[in-house]
Unconditional design. Structure first.
Length: 529
């Protein structure tokens, strides 16, 4: 497509609003369709709710969240910097662009269909994945009890990190304090989980009961070991509110992904910013296919019917963009946050407290812990680890939600060499994230003890979404809001596919399956408009 001097009074087949992961994957899916596509974003960066920000961009983002109280996605954002961070002899922050901090870090399990689509669409060549290594659970004498009595600070200092076993080797060579009988019980649960769908008579009567009830009554698993399995659910809820049906599918997903692409890991994350990098690569493919990209310009008003034209059977919508440009289009696609009008009237019903902390040290002992005896080293580099603080482990109250820490090393390309990034997430209060980060740093065997150099805190919100696919109304396709899950939401793929089919109709072929372009390297050399 020839460069445009102005967007005003132009006509398009599709206008995509926002560059979040859903819209970007749709742009990738349409990149070989020869449709006239205008892809806009009201932000001046790619990624939407999955964006990765530099320090300066993070400062601007916090200011925009604080000013715009109308947003339903993010609230209560603030940045804290260590008071001694600029001391001449102390650890220091790097320059702004040395950081690429993900607003919504998500793991991609190796059994995810997304990885197959990235291969069949040929964009995998532009992505580099690093593995998430061992998972750890923080345990104390009181963390697995139902007591509501608060424990002392000293007791919490005596807590320890325990590796989560996912294979027979992990169990055999696990903590020597776990007796043989308990290890056998763990092995029995692991075997059951690998094909639990075939044993419905065992678990369906417990499907809506808490997972701990099922583990106790059917496997006689000691209460002290329940958190090893609860950790793998990544549930935002307390054990009492984590049902067996919900938990089994999520634990099985983790176990079945372990070893699939190499020993010692079950999930991967794109380097340089997680899903934000995937969004940018997808948009780049869209640009190579002829789409026009404009950042800092969103849809300003609700669409209205455009005047009909001769020999045009498809009705067009007229929309106005920020800055006053008016365009006509057959289809408008975007998320709730990017469209001025939506038929679903979504309101936030769930909240996640998140924080991003830049750490002065590498946390090597956690990320590069040795493999179990007899295991073959993976050829995929390890870039991070997951640490779970179960309900009650930080403050002694069993009704406190768990905290999840996703730790990225400098190998992820998100921070300068020798530093690391901790992404904290909980459905509870923001303060408990800070407790978890502080507790983790006290557990690390390193001299000097790593320190928090910089922290950004914020609340992310999501609403209920009853549809299994994108909602279409008079040429406007609305996609569901970003997930609060710490794992890539597989439903996004079916949602994007449904939008893709609506746009292409009978011309739709096989979703996200392309031949190599004629000119080798086209995808690498495509310029963004």
């Amino acid at each position: 497509m020839e460069p445009l001097e102005t967007l005003n009074e132009t006509e398009w087949d599709v206008v995509i609003a926002g560059t979040g992961i859903q819209q970007s994957l749709l742009a990738l899916a349409l990149s070989r369709s020869e449709k006239r596509i205008l892809h806009v974003d009201k932000n001046d960066y790619y990624g939407g709710a999955e964006a990765a920000l530099s320090l300066q961009e993070a400062e601007s983002w916090v200011q925009s969240v604080q000013k715009d109280n109308s947003t339903v996605l993010f609230t209560d954002a603030k940045i804290e910097q260590a008071p001694n961070v600029d001391e001449e002899d102390g650890p220091k922050l790097g320059f702004s662009r040395a950081y690429s901090l993900a607003l919504a870090p998500q793991l991609i399990y190796t059994e995810s269909k997304l990885l197959g689509h990235l291969v069949s669409s040929k964009v995998y060549r532009q992505l580099e994945f690093l593995a998430m290594g061992n998972w750890w659970v923080y345990t104390t004498d009181t963390s697995t009890t139902n007591s509501l009595q608060s424990t002392s600070e000293q007791e919490h200092k005596n807590g320890k990190l325990v590796k989560v076993p996912t294979t027979r080797e992990d169990v055999v060579f696990s903590d020597k304090s776990v007796d043989l009988r308990s290890k056998r019980a763990v092995m029995k649960v692991l075997r059951f989980l690998m094909d639990y769908e075939q044993q419905t008579e065992l678990w369906e009567p417990y499907s809506m009961q808490p997972l701990p009830t099922f583990l106790t009554e059917k496997f006689k698993l000691p209460t002290s070991l329940h958190n090893l399995f609860l950790a793998l659910t990544l549930s935002p809820d307390t054990p009492a509110n984590t049902t067996t049906a919900y938990a089994l599918s999520r634990i099985a997903r983790h176990l079945r992904s372990t070893g699939r692409l190499g020993a010692g890991f079950s999930s991967v994350i794109p380097k340089w910013g997680g899903l934000s990098e995937l969004a940018q690569v997808s948009c780049r493919a869209g640009a190579v296919g002829g789409a026009v990209y404009v950042l800092g310009k969103g849809i300003a008003g609700s669409p209205t019917p455009a005047p009909t034209k001769e020999n045009v059977s498809t009705p067009l919508n007229a929309i106005q963009l920020d800055g006053g440009d008016a365009v006509n289009t057959a289809w408008i696609v975007g998320s709730e946050a990017d469209l001025p009008r939506s038929p679903t009237n979504l309101s936030p019903t769930r909240t996640c407290s998140r924080s991003i902390s830049i750490i002065s040290g590498p946390l090597t002992s956690l990320i590069h812990e040795a493999l179990a005896e007899g295991a073959t080293p993976s050829t995929t580099p390890i870039g991070g680890t997951v640490i779970v603080f179960p309900s009650g482990s930080l403050n002694g109250f069993a009704d406190t939600p768990p905290v999840y820490l996703i730790v990225h090393s400098d190998a992820m390309g998100e921070c300068p060499r020798g530093q690391s990034v901790i992404y904290a997430s909980t459905s509870g209060k923001q303060e408990i994230n800070a407790l978890a980060v502080d507790c983790l740093l006290r557990q690390v065997a390193a001299e000097p003890v790593p320190k928090v150099l910089w922290t950004m805190q914020y609340e992310q919100h999501a609403g209920s979404w009853q549809e299994d696919e994108a909602v279409e109304h008079e040429g406007v396709i609305t996609m569901k809001p970003s997930s609060l899950d710490l794992v890539f939401d597989e439903n996004i793929l079916s949602e994007v596919e449904s939008a893709w089919k609506k746009v292409l109709g009978d011309d739709a072929g096989t979703f996200l399956t392309f031949e190599d372009r004629n000119s080798v390297g086209d995808d690498d050399d495509g310029d963004e408009a």
